[in-house]
Write a protein that binds this ligand. Structure first.
Ligand code: AMP
Length: 398
């Protein structure tokens, strides 16, 4: 069982909390979705209430190490966090990660104070899982808390090497991390049936292992998105210029055969929104999957597929959804994904939405509140579905 912050003594201690504040911003630098910041509040408030001196750390996107570019700074995130925390105390922002400014500000913290370090990826040691860098980070605190579910699948210094610097009494999972992990493991180990997986997104290759693992657990699988075409081609259909992975056609066939032999019902889209080119300003047609013209491509699932999938989901008790049904970023090709979100939200099932793009679809569809659980981590949740132990969890247990 994963040890959580409640299982260790943190009262009055210096606590290092690794968060995942990697939130999307628009072209003006405004935060467009602060769910990941809000999800961190629980653990931070718990530490404030226990008179801890709190050090917060996160990465933000992919800056070039050593180059402090402002667009990668965590400063706007610290500001939003301060607003959401509704505390009178200041939230101190360091100008560096483990440099003199961070060290000086950390040394002056009073009980209940918070210091946010700059973007961890400004330092090359972060992604290299460098021990020296991890030791510098660890020197800020007596206790290490990992609450960065969205980054737990990466073996980076602030996730892995740092945890090795603390013994079991001085490291634990934060509330968000433990909630995410417990939710996925409960559903995957002991689902209420019928259990349905809805899998979309661009490619089969990214979800191959997840599909294989899911087949052993679910009653039905619905496939959408670009990956559907590799399966349709494996069945011998003309798929035109649609996205396809020719080298995975055999794998796709094996997956369908495995589903058949396990008695798992396997559903592919029966129609598509097709276009002659990958563009928002193009002509479209709504055609059955067997009628895709050879020089057109499928960019979204069509209305007949939406109705079929709704029927398939009707008796679900548990649904896990990962990956959009089409190129939802373009309005013209977003309907299949939005309809899928509505259908899932309308069921009476326990519904789990797996991070990233999929959470974004549910958000645009206005369905987030109707879902049982929307994960804050795309890659990490996929790893859990694959049945892989996350490095971040492993390091907490070692
Ligand atoms: P993934 O990162 O594998 O979950 O894939 C998400 C991406 O798949 C989104 O950016 C979608 O635009 C893209 N996608 C979904 N359906 C298609 C399609 N039919 N053709 C090309 N790309 C697609």
């Amino acid at each position: 069982m994963l040890r959580t912050i409640k299982d260790i003594d943190i009262d009055g201690k210096r606590v290092f909390i690794r968060c995942d504040f990697n939130v999307p911003k628009d072209e003006f630098g405004n935060i467009t979705d602060d769910r990941r910041i809000r999800a961190a509040l629980h653990t931070i408030r718990y530490c404030i209430d226990r008179e801890c001196r709190i050090i917060l750390a996160s990465h933000y996107e992919r800056p070039e190490p050593g180059k402090y570019e402002e667009k990668y700074s965590l400063r706007p995130i610290a500001k939003r966090l301060h607003t959401l925390l509704k505390i009178k105390n200041e939230l101190y922002m360091a100008n560096d990660v483990v440099g003199p400014d961070a060290k000086e500000k950390a040394s002056k913290l009073q009980p209940g104070d918070i210091l946010m370090l700059e973007n961890l990826r400004y330092e090359a040691g972060e992604t290299a899982n460098d021990e020296t860098f991890a030791k510098e980070l660890a020197s800020f605190a007596d206790v290490y808390i990992n609450d960065a579910f969205g980054a737990c699948h990466r073996k980076h210094a602030s996730i892995y090497a740092i945890a090795m610097q603390f013994d079991k009494e001085h490291k634990a999972a934060g509330f968000l991390l433990s909630k995410e992990v417990n939710f996925f493991s409960k559903v995957l180990e002991d689902p209420i049936r019928p259990f349905i997986a809805v899998v979309g997104g661009s490619k089969v290759s990214g979800k191959l292992q997840a599909l294989n693992n899911l087949l052993n657990k679910v009653d039905k699988v619905i496939i959408g998105g670009g990956m559907a075409f590799t399966f349709l081609k494996a069945q011998g259909y003309e798929i035109g210029k649609s996205l396809v992975e020719d080298d995975l056609i055999d794998e796709a066939r094996d997956i369908m055969e495995k589903a058949h032999s396990l008695g798992v019902k396997f559903y592919l889209p029966v129609d598509f929104v097709v276009a002659p080119e990958f563009s928002e300003n193009t002509a479209v047609k709504y055609l059955p999957s067997q009628e895709i013209p050879h020089d057109w491509m499928g960019l979204d699932t069509g209305p007949a597929s939406s109705r079929l999938f709704r029927e398939v989901l009707n008796d679900a008790q548990t649904i896990i959804w990962n990956g959009p049904m089409g190129v939802y970023e373009m309005d013209k090709f977003s309907k299949g994904s939005l309809m899928m979100s509505h259908h899932i939200a309308e069921t009476h099932a326990t519904t789990i939405v797996g991070g990233g793009d999929t959470a974004d679809v549910a958000q645009r569809a206005g369905d987030v509140d109707e879902m049982t659980f929307v994960s804050t981590g795309g890659g990490a949740s996929l790893k859990l579905i694959e049945g892989v132990k996350l490095p971040g969890i492993e390091a907490l247990e070692k």
